[in-house]
Design a protein around this ligand. Structure first.
Ligand SMILES: Nc1ncnc2c1ncn2[C@@H]1O[C@H](COP(=O)(O)OP(=O)(O)OP(=O)(O)O)[C@@H](O)[C@H]1O
Ligand SMILES: [Mg+2]
Length: 350
């Protein structure tokens, strides 16, 4: 694999290789049988050093699950996760602790990810304490620097506050500073702005871009919003019910989406001049129908407005190349292309 990467000029930091994640759910009080939830189904992709890779999909598509697996908050049911070619799934003890220095996660809800009883200073300094890095004055300098780098200035004004004394945007900045204090190589940012308004979201995006620049960190950015992914990401993966449907450079996926699902997501984005009527989405994509589950073909087939073909209900389309570095899992990518959306009209909403 190393030779292959050298050949293609790639420098992979994280690789998911054939990942399945199946949650066993408990039966109901009334004794209904246990039903497995397939959160990720044979997901494979690579994230290159220095890039921001966007994982995009609707609620429940498995985005957070993928992020949690990468930072080892959970284990996959099957498959390998490689950090610099080393399988991290079996890491324990010291190896896991070393791994935790290198990979960090920023969560969706800073209310939950920050401890209400701990001051900003202690919140950000805690990873240094856990990993026994530096002494008092060095830690204070590192925390001040981290606070400054997320735009909380002057630092002294914030260091002794508690989470309830901060706005939502300031709390998320503290969470970012905490994630960055160990100088990680890889960061998962899981919908870090979904609780924030559009202008604060844009500020947070710019902080993430600056951090990537200054600290040379690689990121997985998880979002349901393609417009946000377009603004931030170099490449985008589109996921639907645990299946990777499309993968490619951000501009290529947005301007030239080949999968009917990606196309519907783009068409449903609010455009300049309208107020983003969510009902429009219903005209592009059929409602999810549990009864249609259980077919052996494409996961999107029951909701697909493009294909009514028997093949789609029987065979799973593989991710296949449709352009330069652009892959899609659709037998009828051409048909999806025919009704291409007006990508230029996308605006940066939240
Ligand atoms: N601990 C769990 N036990 C059982 N099922 C789970 C668990 N965690 C997630 N799931 C299920 O796995 C699927 C994927 O969930 P996940 O949280 O990864 O989706 P998501 O794409 O992050 O959604 P959202 O955009 O709403 O955050 C969902 O069907 C969810 O109900
Ligand atoms: Mg999620």
């Amino acid at each position: 694999m190393v030779e292959n990467m050298a050949d293609s000029g790639e420098d992979t930091v994280i690789e998911l290789d054939g990942i399945d994640k199946i949650y066993k759910t408990k039966g109901t009080l009334f004794g209904r049988s246990q039903k497995d939830v397939v959160a990720l189904n044979q997901v494979s992709f690579r994230i290159q050093r220095g890039e921001i890779f966007g994982l995009v999909g609707e609620s429940g598509s498995g985005k957070t699950t993928a992020g949690r697996l990468i930072v080892r908050l959970e284990d996959p049911s099957r498959g390998r996760i490689l950090l610099d070619d080393e399988d991290i799934v079996a890491h324990k003890g010291k190896a896991l602790k070393r791994f935790r220095r290198r990979v960090q996660m920023i969560f969706q809800d800073p209310y939950q990810s920050l401890n209400a009883q701990i001051s900003v200073f202690d919140t950000i300094a805690e990873p240094l304490v856990i990993h026994k890095i530096g002494k008092g004055p060095e830690r204070r300098a590192a925390v001040s620097q981290a606070v400054k780098s997320v735009g909380l200035s002057p630092p002294e004004e914030f260091l002794h506050r508690y989470p309830h004394q901060l706005s939502g945007g300031q709390r998320q900045r503290v969470a970012i500073a905490r994630a960055m204090i160990l100088n990680p190589e890889f960061v998962v940012a899981d919908e870090p702005t979904s609780m924030l308004d559009a202008s604060i979201s844009a500020q947070i995006f710019n902080i993430l871009l600056k951090i990537r620049e200054d600290m040379n960190v690689t990121m997985l950015f998880i979002t349901h919003n393609l417009a946000a992914a377009r603004y931030l990401c170099d490449r985008i993966g589109v996921i639907y019910r645990g299946n990777l449907m499309e993968l490619g450079p951000a501009e290529s996926v947005i301007r030239d989406p080949r999968h009917p699902y990606t196309q519907a997501l783009i068409d449903a984005l609010p455009k300049f001049g309208d107020c983003g009527d969510i009902r429009h989405y219903g005209t592009l994509i059929k409602a999810h129908n549990e009864d249609a589950d259980g077919h052996t073909g494409c996961a999107f087939f029951p909701r697909c407005k493009v294909s009514h073909r028997i093949r789609c209900s029987r065979e799973v389309p593989p991710l296949a190349e449709v352009g330069e570095s652009h892959l899609t899992a659709c037998f009828y990518a051409e048909a999806a292309d025919a009704a291409g959306p007006d990508a230029d009209a996308c605006y940066l909403g939240t």
